[in-house]
Design a protein around this ligand. Sequence first.
Ligand code: C5P
Length: 220
Amino acid sequence: MPTRQRILITSGPTREYLDPVRFLTNGSSGRMGAALAETVLERGELPVIVSGPVALVYPDGAEIHYVETTEQMFECCLQLFPDCNGIIGAAAPCDFRPEYFSEQKLTKSEENNSIVFRFVATPDILATLGQIKQQNQWIIGFALETKNGRDHALRKLKRKNCDFIVLNSPKSIDNETASFQIFNASGELCADLNCSKKTLAKEIFTLIDKYCIVTTKEMS
Ligand code: C5P
């Protein structure tokens, strides 16, 4: 029976709907997820991608699960994670969703020239998987920060029980090349790179190979 690693990758943005046609989202392109999936395939392993809506095409050979909302991405990852060796959270899921969804399209009227929304937190995928991860599974997170990057990244690393966290900045959104710093679970800087997302993907797997326990899971 052939066995190869199954690597779960979250990718792209999510959408949180206000009404049937309007939604909250961000500019994540899915390029990091695609670069990771390509690298996983080159290594002869299986990328299992859970992706929000993206314009790009993921590489042939990847298992792809498309979702829209953070809640759907969360449910999908919760189901898939037990059969995977690890997860790389390259997605930029919306952290908040509107508290109420309007079944009807919101319209402006003469009496109504402003509108107030209340947002509630969505589930944190990596933090939840971080609580249930087994000893032979690993978690890699990303932290996109605008200030005090290192401090915020290290806090997320701990809270989400990650093995490594990749710090980057808004400049990496929808860009092929950017600056990345990778910290290990002890908070030590392991790599400081200015490179393409593909090179970063390879570096991430170099660290996984070196430091994370790897067992093969049978492909379904
Ligand atoms: O949004 P935040 O800065 O906390 O994202 C850091 C990491 O957590 C990223 O790897 C992202 O994919 C992941 N994340 C998640 N579930 C969320 C929000 C973020 O897994 N709801």
